[in-house]
Design a protein around this ligand. Structure first.
Ligand SMILES: Nc1ncnc2c1ncn2[C@@H]1O[C@H](COP(=O)(O)OP(=O)(O)OP(=O)(O)O)[C@@H](O)[C@H]1O
Ligand SMILES: [Mg+2]
Length: 266
């Protein structure tokens, strides 16, 4: 299964990506967590140790993708080697054996755009399509609707659009959802995050009803999340019984059910 998270800045993409990664790993999945944010912080949210984090190096496109010509003479992109080897060379291993890769990074001040890195993310995700049934790849992205216009998230089984219950965040989701449908993504699901009360969830459901959102989960605002963040820890380690962690576990159930059903009917 390949899942990407998108949404407005600060909506909770990294927190949700990291916690989903840990939850699925504990359920026995082999989890690959790909950081597609050039200002990467997924490893910290997963709870990767400093020693492991020091191993992380941005994965260069040419080291992992190559064009090969098939028997029919068509040129096709392929991984140069199995993902496990790529993880070994460039990645880190987090708690519960979550594999972490940093896919993008800034080139330096005034050194230009990183479009090539984004296309590498898209192509790597495509290569992971035929992964084993008990393998999940989770892609965290930077806050930008460009992932949709560039097609970085084209090759996923589900796109989670994370939104907070305030207008500008909802408006971003309102732009992302139609673009994602235009890309032809098989599943585009909205996740409400930092929901404080009935009024917040009402705001999201009302906006969503008018904009064709399929809202699959509501994660409560939970001070433990910010607390964990301040301490540089993962919330699942810092406060395993936190309400947000439980709600992300329930989100993991929904995704597993829906994507599992899709696999069974294919
Ligand atoms: N459910 C929640 N309850 C309380 N605080 C939360 C919750 N989810 C996320 N946060 C806090 O919101 C802030 C942003 O979260 P996070 O970094 O996960 O968002 P993001 O969408 O990845 O941000 P960016 O766009 O900068 O990558 C962090 O301080 C985090 O601790
Ligand atoms: Mg983030």
């Amino acid at each position: 299964m390949r899942i990407a998270l998108t949404g407005k800045g600060g909506s909770g993409k990294t927190t949700l990506a990291a916690t989903l990664a840990r939850v699925y790993a504990r359920r026995g999945y082999r989890v690959n967590a790909l950081d597609g944010d050039p200002n990467p912080n997924l490893a910290a949210a997963i709870g990767v140790s400093d020693e492991q984090a020091a191993r992380l190096r941005r994965v260069p496109r040419e080291a992992i993708l190559e064009e090969r010509t098939d028997d029919a003479g068509h040129a096709r992109l392929q991984l140069t080697r199995p993902l496990a080897e790529i993880l070994q060379e460039y990645g880190a291993t987090g708690p519960d054996d979550v594999g972490v890769l940093t896919m993008t990074g800034l080139l330096g001040a005034g050194r230009g755009c990183i479009c090539g890195q984004h296309s590498a993310v898209r192509d790597v995700m495509e290569q992971l399509a035929s992964s084993e049934a008990r393998e999940i790849t989770i892609l965290d992205t930077e806050a930008s609707v460009e992932h949709l216009s560039r097609g970085t998230v084209r090759n996923v089984d589900a796109l989670l659009v994370v939104t907070e219950p305030y207008y500008r965040s909802l408006e971003t989701a309102g732009r992302v959802v139609p673009l994602a449908h235009e890309l032809g993504l098989p599943a585009v699901w909205v996740v409400a995050n930092k929901v404080r009360d009935g009024r917040d969830s009402e705001a999201i459901f009302q906006y969503g009803a008018g904009h064709g959102f399929e809202i699959i989960a509501a994660i409560p605002f939970d001070a433990h999340v910010a607390e964990a963040d301040q301490l540089g820890r993962s919330v699942i380690d810092h406060a395993p019984d936190a309400a947000a962690v439980a709600a992300i576990g329930a989100l993991a159930d929904v995704i597993e059910d829906r994507l599992g059903a899709a696999v069974r009917t294919n």
